[in-house]
Design a protein around this ligand. Structure first.
Ligand code: AMP
Ligand code: ZN
Length: 152
């Protein structure tokens, strides 16, 4: 990559099409361009991923963090997030790179570690009608009590 294209966009004058001051990295060659937003200011879960906002972290990997929900809806209620910012499941799926699979793997690891591997629920609430209140993708891992169907 030419030197003038290396590094975060915000360190080279910013990107005019980006409205927030998110840190943007451009990687890959011209044949495979992609843009990743790693950290969105004022995003609660970006803050937790960065360690700026406290959370009870139960496990983490290079690209994911799992922490206890602050308002648990079951004896086990852990959220799995990506370290880089994706607004919802559709954006995470579109990101490729096996990141969605890694979130699911981490959710399964959490379920096993919490002793609910044989009975639990993994949920991605999406959008207002889906009950999503935090705009940074997260998988809820719920267990430790019987789950009802249909959900409310
Ligand atoms: P959702 O409503 O699906 O977007 O889920 C957001 C979840 O984040 C809710 O279950 C909240 O209880 C949880 N939550 C909000 N703030 C925090 C926080 N600071 N630490 C841990 N969990 C949080
Ligand atoms: Zn975020």
């Amino acid at each position: 990559m030419p030197k003038e294209l290396a590094g975060p966009l915000h360190q080279r004058g910013g990107a005019p099409w980006v409205r927030s001051s998110a840190t943007i990295y451009v990687g890959g060659g011209l044949e495979r361009p992609h843009v990743k937003i790693f950290h969105v200011p004022d995003c609660l879960f970006c803050g937790i991923a960065a360690g700026d906002i406290p959370a009870t972290v139960v496990s983490s990997s290079a690209r994911t963090v799992a922490f206890r929900d602050i308002d648990p809806q079951a004896p086990v209620h852990v959220l799995v997030i990506t370290r880089e910012h994706h607004a919802n499941l559709a954006e995470l799926a579109a990101a490729g790179d096996g990141l969605l699979a890694e979130v699911i793997e981490q959710a399964q690891e959490v379920a096993a570690r919490e002793g609910v591997a044989e009975g639990h629920r993994v949920v991605f609430n999406t959008g207002p009608d889906g009950g999503q209140t935090v705009g940074h993708v997260h998988a809820h891992v719920l267990g430790g009590r019987p789950m009802h169907w249909p959900p409310g």
